[in-house]
Design a protein around this ligand. Structure first.
Ligand SMILES: Cc1cc2nc3c(=O)[nH]c(=O)nc-3n(C[C@H](O)[C@H](O)[C@H](O)COP(=O)(O)OP(=O)(O)OC[C@H]3O[C@@H](n4cnc5c(N)ncnc54)[C@H](O)[C@@H]3O)c2cc1C
Length: 295
């Protein structure tokens, strides 16, 4: 059973921001509702006032140019993203994230903005977006500002958005021709399950063998998503042999901060990282060698 609640349905971004400035934390933002409604149904939350933002045109649409990169409206659904050639062919790690969110029904409703603002470390778009060097534009009545993805999550289930700010869009930079990305989600089932662990890699290799740069993110491996910075530093300048990638997995496993939960133990999570980090690196390298994932 849902508790009784009032619903605001602003028609424009200005109207929404004005109402949000006045109501702040008294009002819960509602996009696709796949997280909000589930928490209300479960009886965990009883919001008295929801603001349905689905009518806000300013939060819709995707613009892609190979030179400038991609701009994704916060209300874009996972299903819409997984069907876009630019996501599948160019921002492949993000494709592999959005296409593994729940079921088709979940992806038809759930938005990328909602996945980000829900801020759980298992969110399937978070790791890919961090690896791909994304940032977000947030806005309040006072104006807009850009937040790099690495600064967006100060703690579990927390974002750096202020009480009166809405997430408007996500920016991902243009791709380099000698780069490729990949995301691996490790879960107990192939679908309809949250990531027990995940890792995304964005790799640059000019000769198809050596690592010129790597951005590696880890999902559910710490209280928030994290970069595996020691692993990235270890890889730069090295030929990506099987042994080097295996060692990268060991470094990532050591620098992660997984916890034991009912889902799995810390020790098990560390072992999984040793397997999925090299695997994801190998997939990205293979894509560079085959010319896949290139704008
Ligand atoms: C059956 C099922 C399976 C699922 N499986 C997965 C899965 O495999 N992987 C995964 O990552 N997630 C999964 N989810 C979670 C969920 O579908 C995603 O997190 C989804 O992207 C949330 O988007 P939404 O639009 O529904 O968000 P909502 O539920 O509307 O909102 C989520 C949160 O974000 C806030 N919010 C939303 N939009 C904005 C905005 N523009 N500005 C500011 N705040 C905002 C809301 O206030 C709320 O706190 C699953 C959910 C269900 C019900």
């Amino acid at each position: 059973m849902l508790n009784k609640f009032d619903l605001l349905v602003p028609k424009t971004l200005d109207e929404a921001l004005q109402q949000y400035a006045e109501l702040g934390s008294k009002c819960k933002i509602f996009a696709g509702g796949t997280d909000v409604l589930v928490s209300m149904h479960g009886g965990h939350k009883a919001y008295a006032l929801l603001m349905d933002i689905k009518n806000l045109e300013e939060l819709k649409g995707v613009e892609y140019t190979p030179e400038k990169g991609i701009v994704i409206g916060a209300l874009t659904t996972h299903r819409c993203l997984e069907r876009l050639p630019a996501i599948k062919e160019v921002y492949t790690a993000l494709f592999e994230g959005v296409s593994q969110v729940g079921s088709v029904q979940t992806r038809n409703r759930g938005t990328i903005g909602g996945n980000i603002c829900n801020a759980v470390p298992s969110g399937d778009t978070l790791g890919p977006l961090l690896a791909l060097n994304a940032s977000v534009i947030v806005q309040s009545v006072k104006g807009a500002r850009e937040i790099p993805f690495g600064e967006l999550f100060p703690g579990p289930k927390k974002t750096a958005l202020k009480e009166d700010e809405l997430l408007i869009k996500i920016l991902i930079p243009a791709r380099l021709s000698n780069s490729a990305s990949a995301y691996t989600k490790f879960a107990r089932r192939n679908s309809m399950d949250l990531a027990l662990l995940g890792t995304a890699t964005d790799l640059i290799s000019n000769d198809g063998k050596t690592c010129d740069n790597a951005r590696i993110s880890l999902t559910t491996a710490a209280p928030t998503i994290i970069r595996a910075r020691k692993t990235e530093e270890f890889l730069v300048g090295k030929e990506l042999t099987k042994d080097v990638m295996k060692e990268a997995g060991e470094i990532a496993s050591a620098e992660a901060k997984p916890r034991s939960s009912w889902r799995s133990s810390e020790e098990y999570r560390r072992e999984v990282l040793k397997a999925i980090v090299p695997r994801t690196l190998a997939i990205a390298l293979d894509r560079i060698q085959k010319g896949v994932n290139i704008p």
